[in-house]
Ligand binder design. Structure first.
Ligand SMILES: [Zn+2]
Length: 225
């Protein structure tokens, strides 16, 4: 099925007889030939009523062709139309279907009449609904795309932050290792000094050569700090 062309559907709906449509022949058109007392107008008197004015005020009036004679006429609406299951009237006083007795081309099934009459409103309503939904889908697509862009940027930022944190951790580890080595070095030196001091204490009067050895070691140690 090809994509729904709303413009084509709308064009067809707008070109059709104006709605709403009603079941049956709802319009009566009659010449204005009576006065307010419902008397046929005589010479020199003004006619105000037609034969259908008992239905209420006319929906429209004008000069129309009535049985071959052009004359002032009324169009009236009836709530009790002729052939309501087989004919359809448009809003402008016309007949959409069933101009003849239904055996000769009218609508055969009452269900079809109901469907066609309702279609006059249903089709424009469906078109409007599809348009509304399409607008909604477009808006949602735009919103989703904006959210995707936002989170993509956020992810990139978080990844960059993470990389920086890892680098910082690695630097801290290197410093810790260096400090550990320095600590071991100093501890060793300290132990050597303590050892030297011990030896210094036990030196006797004739321990001159041993003292020089110890002094030499002390100088080496000091150079190493
Ligand atoms: Zn009338």
């Amino acid at each position: 099925m090809s994509e729904l062309d709303l413009n084509e559907i709308k064009e067809r709906a707008e070109a059709a007889s104006p709605g709403p449509w009603e079941a049956g022949d709802v319009w009566y058109v009659a010449g204005v030939i009576f006065d307010d007392e419902r008397q046929r107008v005589g010479p020199g008197k003004k006619a105000t009523r037609c034969a259908m004015c008992h239905l209420g005020a006319p929906v429209a009036s004008g000069r129309w062709d009535i049985n071959g004679t052009r004359m002032q006429a009324h169009r009236h609406h009836t709530d009790d139309p002729y052939a309501p299951e087989h004919r359809i009237s448009s809003a402008d006083g016309g007949v959409v279907a069933g101009n003849y007795d239904y055996e000769a081309g009218g609508i055969l099934r009452p269900e079809d009449t109901a469907f066609i009459v309702a279609a006059r409103q249903d089709v424009p309503a469906l078109v409007a609904e599809v348009e509304r939904l399409r607008e909604q889908v477009t808006a949602m697509t735009v919103a989703a795309s904006e959210r995707r862009d936002y989170y993509t940027a956020r992810c990139a930022q978080m990844e960059a932050d993470h990389a920086e944190t890892v680098a910082e951790r690695d630097r801290a580890r290197e410093i810790a290792v260096a400090l550990e080595q320095e600590n071991a070095h100093l501890t060793g030196r300290l132990a050597a000094v303590v050892n030297l001091e011990g030896r210094w204490d036990v030196l006797g009067d004739d321990d001159g050569p041993a003292m020089w050895v110890s002094l030499g070691t002390l100088l080496d140690l000091l150079r190493g700090w």
